[in-house]
Design a protein around this ligand. Structure first.
Ligand code: F6P
Length: 340
């Protein structure tokens, strides 16, 4: 019998390293074989699977994207557990490794509750899964954002401008906090901390008084204190993000009007998820892949691999989903001492 592997939800640097780690340890140590499932749960409900041989994963640890492809399909909208069982049986699969974020892991937990043999691997550049200390992809996203902010700073300095840089993070501000700290931002704005335009103006003007080109780093899910009514009016998108347009686009003219400093903005977007993972993410992702195979062999169904300090552990999928890991106020305050 084979082990099925799928990657689901938004892609994330390190997915291929997970697949490689799982397939190499599974074939070499446990004498197991694998089936690759294309485009996440879609491939499972539509029976789009192929034999995933060891030679296919050669040299994959540094490759971005996912060789399996991904989608945001929910298996419960495509036939549910009955269909999943049928396709698994047709492809001689006795178990599944599902690599994904909150949505994928929630579906995996439901399937595990129905008796399907599933092990989860956490994946998100946002680092917002509460049951693991870190997720792979986060370090890469922070590195790309930091380098980009460093570059935007030099052009802002040349023109004596203010620069507003939007990074990913629809519910939490981990990328903004880390990239902002690493690049010496003069203000960091995150969904967890209500901030007024007056406060932002103060930080920006303070930076200018000290002869700096003010840099404001903002997480995409940030809503300015006072914008609540507009948010309620426009509603939220499928991800729970306010349909107000990009936050950097909204903030830049407000900051320019309030400070009188010419202000430009940039949304880094999917650049943060593209390309090669950092060494840290390659190592973490490989360890997650190896840990997932160990969990399959130990028949720890309904669990997810996680980073606990420096160790790879398993936690129950029930504990792993449902609560987002937000930035603690103390972590934000520690950074805010450096603003302005
Ligand atoms: O979950 C990671 C994430 O990168 C979020 O920060 C962002 O809102 C979302 O994915 C964007 O995903 P998509 O690929 O659907 O545009």
């Amino acid at each position: 019998m084979h082990i099925g592997i799928l990657t689901s939800g938004g892609d994330c640097p390190g997915l291929n390293a997970v697949i490689r780690g799982a397939v190499i340890k599974g074939t070499r140590i446990h004498d197991r074989s694998f089936v690759g499932i294309r485009d996440g749960w879609r491939g499972l409900v539509e029976d789009d699977c192929f034999p995933l041989k060891r030679k296919r994963v050669r040299g994959l640890s540094g490759m971005g994207g996912t060789i399996l492809g991904t989608s945001r399909t929910n298996p419960y909208e495509g036939g549910g557990p009955e269909r999943v069982r049928e396709v698994m049986a047709r492809n001689d699969m006795d178990s599944l490794i599902a690599i994904g974020g909150e949505g994928t892991l929630t579906a995996a937990r439901r399937l595990a509750d129905e008796g399907i043999h599933v092990v989860g691997v956490p994946k998100t550049i946002d680092n917002d899964l509460s049951a693991t200390d870190y997720t792979f992809g986060f370090d890469t996203a922070v590195s790309i954002a930091t380098e980009s902010i460093d570059r935007l700073r030099t052009t802002a300095e040349a023109h004596h401008r203010c620069m507003v840089v939007e990074v990913m993070g629809r519910h939490v501000g981990w990328i903004a906090l880390h990239a902002g700290l690493a690049s010496g931002a003069h203000a960091i704005l995150i969904p967890e901390v209500a901030t007024t335009l007056d406060q932002i103006t103060e930080w920006v003007l303070e930076a200018q008084r000290r002869g700096r080109a003010p840099v404001v780093v903002v997480a995409e899910g940030f809503v300015l204190d006072g914008e609540e009514e507009a948010v309620a009016q426009h509603g939220l998108d499928a991800f729970g993000r306010p349909r107000l347009g990009g936050v950097a686009q909204r903030l830049a003219p407000m900051i320019e009007d309030a400070t009188g400093i010419e202000t430009r903005q940039m949304t880094l977007g999917h650049l943060q998820r593209g390309g090669s993972p950092t060494a840290y993410d390659r190592v973490l992702a490989t360890r997650f892949g190896v840990g997932a195979i160990d969990a399959v062999v130990a028949e720890q169904w309904g669990t997810m691999v996680a980073l606990d300090g420096i160790d790879i552990a398993t936690v129950s999928l029930t504990d792993a989903v449902g609560t987002l890991k937000t930035v603690p106020r103390a972590r934000y305050d520690e950074a805010a001492i450096l603003f302005g």
